[in-house]
Design a protein around this ligand. Structure first.
Ligand code: PGA
Length: 395
């Protein structure tokens, strides 16, 4: 597992966005005829990455498209009260994703998959989860990269402490801490029978065609809830009802991906990060399962390292610096060592001519400084030897 420590939250966002873009471009260049599959998180941690990805996508110099990208979101709430208004609620992850990301990029709506909490009862919810797993399998390849955030209790997606580390997509009860943490994202809402669908509104405003599709393909099992209206934010400021239940991919679903990238920012996540990095795999800190993944990358900011030992932080920072020198060196010389392949060309700006993760700029400077020193030393030595030779000859 790799740990990349960046200075600030924004640096984590830049690094992650650059990494994802390079992965998608690499996939396109390989021209395998397959789609690029991504698992995506919601929450405050990935917001910056989505913003940056939009910027990179909208910069024509990058020639960066999502047309061949398929996404699977990690989770969705099952909202209390009323019928089952998950995708009709501005607090839903459907709304978050369309509002913050999908409406700004050229992804095809049918390639977007988000679990659907809009079903009537527990049986339907369970079926929805099974269907989600079937849809992932239906692509007949691994998810290329699953990106996740973590909770202060070390959860990944809504796999709360005590979740099976082999779990698949299922209905989960949220723990009290998670519900409390979620309140900060929740606007107070009330049911309005006349209200417009908030997600279609976002799409229509951008002229993005049909309403998002719920897990395209097999829709026969989906029960249409024959109600009208949507939950809308209210100005009255009454306490929002925080969902107690959610649908979530399992730890096993995330770990099946070809690569897993976990983003961790802020001091409140510091204990969870230290458990994940410095202690063993435990169902009490479900994110620690990344230790058993063949290709896991954790990107964090400095505040998130505050519970780790100084020695651990130093170790990973030094390793990263050496790693970047190796990657840059390998690509500069045109020599693709095993290390360079292992550590992925996605990190080399020189290889792809695209935005580098911020911290890596330091590595080449270091190399240049070292080489300059050596060069000056060699010139100095040559000069001294020359003088010595002249002196001997004169004698
Ligand atoms: P946050 O949530 O990014 O809003 O902190 C992450 C999570 O709970 O997985």
């Amino acid at each position: 597992m790799r740990l990349v420590i960046q200075e600030k939250k924004n640096d984590v966002a830049e690094y992650a966005a650059g990494y994802v873009m390079n992965k998608i471009k690499e996939h396109e260049e390989k021209n395998t005829g397959t789609l690029f599959l991504m698992g995506l998180p919601t929450g405050s941690t990935p917001e910056g990455m989505y913003k940056k990805l939009i910027e990179l996508h909208q910069d024509p110099a990058n020639e960066f498209s999502f047309k061949n990208v398929v996404t699977f979101n990690m989770d969705e709430y099952v909202f209390p009260s009323g019928t089952t208004p998950c995708a009709k609620n501005p607090n839903s992850y459907h709304y978050y994703m369309w509002n913050a990301f999908f409406q700004h990029i050229d992804i095809l709506p049918e390639n977007v998959h988000i679990l659907d909490g809009d079903v009537a009862d527990m049986d339907e919810l369970a079926k929805e989860c099974e269907k989600y797993e079937r849809i992932i399998k239906g692509y007949k390849k691994k998810i290329d990269i699953f990106i996740g955030g973590i909770g202060p209790d070390g959860h990944v997606a809504f796999n709360e402490p005590g979740s099976s580390l082999k779990s698949r997509t299922r209905v989960k009860t949220l723990n009290y801490e998670t519900m409390l943490a979620n309140t900060k994202h929740m606007a107070a809402v009330e049911w309005d029978p006349e209200a417009e669908d908030p997600i279609s509104k976002v799409l229509n405003a951008k002229n993005r065609g049909p309403r998002y599709s719920h897990n395209n393909g097999d829709t026969s099992e989906r029960k249409v809830v024959p109600d009208k209206g949507f939950f809308v934010p209210t100005k009255r400021g009454n306490a929002p009802s925080v969902p107690r239940t959610a649908l979530t991919v399992g730890v096993g679903t995330v770990m099946d991906a070809h690569e897993v990238m976990i983003l961790v920012t802020g001091q409140p996540k510091a204990l969870a990060l230290s458990k994940c990095i410095e202690e063993g795999v435990s169902h009490q800190w479900t994110v620690s399962m990344v230790q058993l993944h063949e290709k896991a990358l954790v990107v964090c900011d400095k505040p998130a390292t505050s519970e780790m030992r100084v020695k651990t932080v130093d170790y990973y920072q030094n390793l990263y610096s050496l790693h970047m020198q190796a990657v840059e060196g390998a690509f500069e010389s045109g020599y693709e060592s095993e290390v360079a392949q292992e550590v992925t060309p996605a990190e080399s700006s020189k290889a792809k001519g695209v935005m580098p993760p911020p911290a890596k700029k330091k590595a080449p400077k270091q190399v240049e400084a070292d080489n300059t020193g050596k060069l000056l030393g060699a010139v100095g030595l040559g000069f001294a030897l020359g003088l010595g030779a002249m002196f001997i000859c004169k004698k």
